[in-house]
Design a protein around this ligand. Structure first.
Ligand SMILES: [Zn+2]
Length: 291
């Protein structure tokens, strides 16, 4: 399933709108397999991973990356995801075991997050990172991402993010869209798009029915409007961690700190749950490499 995850970007309304649409079913399933989360944190992480794919598709240089960080006061706490070109995401939920007492009834992750912030960091490698922080609007992620574009980038955007689970907790469908309005758009065109979006069912339901993006764009989102896909990107859940990277991080701790770890340590990667073992010999070698 993960092989079919694709993002399409394009334009509509005589270039007055830019759109990004993606099926993220395989990526979200991969995250579920790696992290073994309860349903509420799984839903939060699935939506945030989908948001990162849509928002990151704009990043061109392979050295750049995008981080989305939700930090909240409620029991769900938040989640953090990282996007790297082309279409590679990874992330984790901050309260992966949190189980809502009324699970199965009508609950919203925004209520479980409570007051909080969405922080967006665009790391441009050679320049200082560009960051924007907004207060969570609803905590349902899509509205918060739209609010980020409006407040931090002065770009009105329509955002939809969906994750649909089977009763056994596996991912039935995940995906969404991000549509950005360019300056100078006519109110007629905006009204047409708004009406179309109001008449569009949940994207995950459409994907679950086996509907293609071509059909969703033509018959629903851009009904009666022009649209064209200009690019597609294959998406993946990817973690770049390795024992060497962990060793490099350990070196930064310095000799004194490392000398307290001489029995050996086994750090676990937050993003993919891979455990690395550093024996007392390994730690000794790192210490001696520091001179
Ligand atoms: Zn990892």
């Amino acid at each position: 399933m993960s092989q079919t995850d694709t993002l399409y970007r394009g334009t509509s309304g005589n270039n007055q709108f830019r759109f990004f649409v993606a099926d993220t079913t395989g990526i979200v399933q991969k995250a579920m397999d790696l992290h073994k989360m309860a349903p509420a944190p799984a839903l939060l992480l699935g939506r945030l991973l989908t948001a990162a794919e849509l928002m990151g598709a704009d990043i061109k240089d392979s050295a750049n990356k995008l981080t989305l960080n939700i930090e909240a006061e409620g029991p769900l706490k938040g989640a953090l995801v990282v996007y790297e070109p082309e279409g590679r995401v990874r992330g984790y939920a901050k309260s992966p075991d949190y189980t809502h007492p009324d699970i199965g009834t009508n609950w919203h992750i925004g209520e479980l997050l409570g007051q909080g912030t969405l922080n967006v960091i665009k790391d441009m490698k050679l320049k200082a990172p560009v960051t924007g922080t907004i207060q969570l609007l609803t905590g349902e992620v899509a509205e918060d991402v739209a609010q980020y574009y409006l407040v931090s980038e002065q770009t009105p955007a329509a955002v939809s993010l969906g994750v649909l689970f089977n009763t056994d907790g596996s991912v039935r469908a995940a995906g969404g869209y991000l549509i950005q309005q360019m300056p100078g758009v006519s109110s007629e065109t905006t009204n047409q798009l708004t009406e179309n979006l109001n008449n569009t069912p949940y994207i995950t339901d459409l994907l679950d029915m086996g509907m293609s993006w071509e059909v969703i764009l033509e018959k629903l989102i851009f009904k009666g409007m022009d649209w064209q896909i200009t690019r597609n990107i294959a998406l993946s859940y990817y973690c770049p961690c390795s024992k060497e990277r962990f060793a490099a991080a350990l070196r930064l701790l310095g000799k004194d700190e490392l000398s307290t770890m001489l029995d050996g340590i086994s750090p676990i990667c937050h993003y993919c749950n891979t455990q690395y073992h550093f024996s007392s010999e390994d730690i000794g070698q790192i210490i001696s490499s520091l001179g």
